[in-house]
Design a protein around this ligand. Sequence first.
Ligand SMILES: C[S@@+](CC[C@H](N)C(=O)[O-])C[C@H]1O[C@@H](n2cnc3c(N)ncnc32)[C@H](O)[C@@H]1O
Length: 279
Amino acid sequence: MSISIKQALTEGQQFISQSDTAALDAELILLHALNAHRNILFTDPDKRLTQDEYALYQTLLQRRENGEPVAYIIGEQGFWDLMLNVAPHTLIPRADTESLIDWVLEQNVQPKRILDLGTGTGAIALALAKEFPGAQVIGVDLIPQAVELANSNKAKNNINNVQFFQSSWFENVPQEPFDLIVSNPPYIDERDEHLSQGDVRFEPASALIASQQGLSDLYLIARQAQEYLTQQGCLLMEHGWQQAQHVSDYLKQQGYVKVASGRDLAGQWRFSFGFKAQR
Ligand SMILES: C[S@@+](CC[C@H](N)C(=O)[O-])C[C@H]1O[C@@H](n2cnc3c(N)ncnc32)[C@H](O)[C@@H]1O
């Protein structure tokens, strides 16, 4: 006997009750299995699932019960005002990273050339490209599948002023100066206990882990970015909540000026920035 949408939601929520967001997760997974819009939950809650829909729903619920993030299960995640495809080759964009976009907008400047290093899904590059339609944005990633994913998100969101290509940090980036270089690089220490907890267990090491207590990529970018910044150019980097002091000290050591840090939604110091040294 088939069950209704309403019953499926209750059943799903119970099945994945270990999740802190079981009700929302069950809803997103069910809508994905039905390939339906959220409206159906209100307009047709008694509609019966077909056998195939129910079987798919159960398979997806099992993946969630195994701890897999909902975004990987349904293949999508919202970021800023965009809907992005996600895949296990790179990080699922986080709401905390939106604080960097907020910070850029608060500066009241109109950057003409923007570079996003370690673009992943293209989240930062696409959000900035949309906010600054007159800007030329480049996003690079080491992982070719991430570049492919970012390109799919460019098409999905119909954003044209952005170009994605493969590069290990600055390696393939043309040395034409940028007004803004932004990055959310890997910054977790390989011994960090959080790596064995929650969503990050399913995300690739290439998006998470860096040597030197997680600081090596942040430092490398800080060292190399100056060569790629305009005179007034700014480097803005996300980092871990305990890394602000290290990163801002390093930026100052490298000669950046007006160095400071900013907070994420939870009030933690989660990004730092500096402007190109006056030479
Ligand atoms: C923390 S994720 C950030 C993804 C995306 N920018 C975001 O905020 O959601 C770091 C990204 O850096 C990329 N990455 C790691 N090493 C890299 C390298 N040497 N050069 C370029 N990208 C790299 C990873 O593939 C991953 O997509």
